[in-house]
Design a protein around this ligand. Structure first.
Ligand SMILES: CC(C)(COP(=O)(O)OP(=O)(O)OC[C@H]1O[C@@H](n2cnc3c(N)ncnc32)[C@H](O)[C@@H]1OP(=O)(O)O)[C@@H](O)C(=O)NCCC(=O)NCCS
Length: 157
């Protein structure tokens, strides 16, 4: 099969992305939304990175990563891709950018939680080398449990 052409780019999110970030958040998640205030904070925080995948028509996807002072573990808090852009490798590209950003911050591990009922996201993480190492019972606002995943980061690609 021919490779899907890459027609988007990844960059740090800007204040001007805020409306599109919030719209994507509402469309992609039924609960546990980041609020406008939280987004505004994260866009300017030294302990967070918000990455945006964009094409000529606007925002395709986003990832939010948190860092803690003194910790070599970065946490992927949220990743989402607009429905119109799914299956084109946008999440894969966002995660590669997240890993590079975390390594740049001297983080050696990337951790995340994922709903146990989110088969697409679980497939994504396992495909990209994340390993399940635990769970959090009733982690989400609606009471659903989370799996915990971790990936050891290396700059060897
Ligand atoms: C999960 C999500 C981010 C995937 O985004 P995407 O851009 O479509 O994913 P990609 O095209 O980069 O897929 C990369 C790999 O992930 C896996 N994958 C992605 N979507 C999948 C699906 N629906 N079913 C099974 N595997 C899937 C595949 O292994 C795929 O690799 P392949 O195409 O070579 O087989 C997207 O479906 C989404 O935004 N969902 C709603 C929000 C969400 O659940 N976020 C995760 C919260 S933890």
């Amino acid at each position: 099969m021919p490779a899907v052409p890459v027609d988007f780019s990844i960059r740090p999110a800007l204040d001007s992305d805020l409306d599109a970030l919030l719209a994507l958040e509402r469309a992609a998640f039924t609960s546990d939304h980041l609020s406008p205030r939280q987004y505004r904070q994260h866009l300017h925080s030294a302990s967070a990175s918000v990455l945006a995948a964009v094409d000529a028509d606007g925002l395709l996807g986003k990832a939010v990563v948190f860092y803690r002072a003194g910790s070599d573990i970065a946490r992927l808090y949220s990743i989402a891709v607009a429905e119109r852009a799914r299956g084109r490798g946008v999440a894969k590209a966002l995660l590669a950018a997240v890993e590079a950003a975390a390594l740049h911050r001297h983080c050696l591990r990337l951790r995340l939680e994922v709903r146990k009922d989110n088969a697409a996201a679980i497939a994504l993480y396992e495909r990209l080398g994340f390993q399940r190492f635990g769970e959090k019972r009733g982690f989400y606002e609606d009471g659903v449990d989370a799996w915990r995943y971790e990936k050891r980061l290396t700059d060897k690609g």
